[in-house]
Design a protein around this ligand. Structure first.
Ligand code: SF4
Ligand code: SF4
Length: 284
């Protein structure tokens, strides 16, 4: 936003966008976009995001196997398509099956004249492919998704967070690459005559020390353990009652990028282990 007070206050909102197509978006990132759509559609709506989003056509692409050992999309059911695209491509080896999800997608297919209608045999092959996928995508975290919120309720004071405190470098890489992290700071830049300036958003990260610092110097999450815990709760606990979904899509980027070797699946498995121990202790 640009503003000027030299002749009364004039404020000019700036919505920058360009028409574009995102091609080859995998199901984890489709899930990430769905999360952001929900966040920015809540009141007060973020029109800057929504206007830009409406100018983007999305063409999804199915993953027929895990991308690497860091992915955990199966845990959060993001390895199968569940909307959020205009068109969705599945590679069947010799051909692609394309699912049309919106009018925009329909228009793209019509205009290219490259596609023909799938018949029953194609759809049977798609079912076989998806059944095979279920054998490849295993749940490597020893907990059922429906039990995760309760697990987090039990492990707020966990030793796991203290161990992460010792490892984490507080670099913020994990949040910067996460498709569902959306926190930003608002920066005011006043010009030298103090008559105008601009106000803009800049990505922020809950893993950086100043993130929860407030006026007077108090910091609500000074320790890295508290910041790491916050990150995981923002993925697996806090969004559940509001959006009825996890805000982790299992894309694996946070683990892939972490220089300290902090792995999301290891953290969840450590919490499960401690959660189970706690339940046992209660009964001893
Ligand atoms: S990427 Fe790793 S080291 Fe950096 S803030 Fe995230 S968890 Fe900590
Ligand atoms: S928390 Fe990690 S695995 Fe989950 S969506 Fe974010 S970057 Fe991907």
């Amino acid at each position: 936003m640009e503003y000027n007070i030299s002749r009364g206050l004039s404020v000019q909102a700036v919505v920058e966008y360009e028409r574009m197509v995102l091609f080859g978006v995998h199901t984890c990132d489709l899930a990430g976009i769905q999360c952001l759509n929900m966040v920015f559609s809540r009141r007060p709506k973020d029109y800057n995001y929504l206007i830009r989003k409406n100018k983007i056509d999305i063409i999804g692409l199915e993953c027929n196997d895990y991308c690497d050992e860091f992915a955990s999309c199966n845990l959060v059911n993001a390895n199968m398509p569940s909307g959020g695209y205009d068109l969705f491509f599945t590679d069947m080896g010799d051909y692609f099956i394309v699912h049309i999800n919106t009018q925009v997608g329909d228009q793209i297919i019509d205009s290219t004249k490259l596609f023909e209608r799938a018949d029953r045999s194609h759809l049977r092959e798609l079912v076989t492919l998806r059944e095979h996928k279920r054998t490849l995508f295993r749940n490597e975290v020893s907990v059922e998704p429906r039990e995760i919120p309760e697990l987090f309720d039990k492990t707020f004071e966990s030793e796991v967070w203290k161990r992460l405190d010792e490892k984490c470098l507080a670099c913020g890489n994990c949040t910067n690459v996460c498709p569902t992290c959306y926190c930003f700071d608002v920066i005011d830049e006043v010009n030298l005559e103090l008559k105008g300036g601009r106000k803009y958003r800049k990505w922020d990260s809950c893993q950086l020390e100043p993130f929860a610092r407030v006026a007077g110097g108090e910091n609500f999450r000074k320790e890295r353990a508290a910041r790491q815990r916050h990150r995981y709760y923002r993925k697996f606990r806090y969004p559940v009652p509001i959006y009825s979904r996890f805000f982790c899509t299992g894309c694996g980027r946070c683990s892939r990028t972490c220089m300290a070797g902090i792995r999301l699946k290891d953290t969840l498995n450590a919490l499960v282990e401690e959660g189970i121990t706690k339940v046992w202790k209660k009964w001893l």
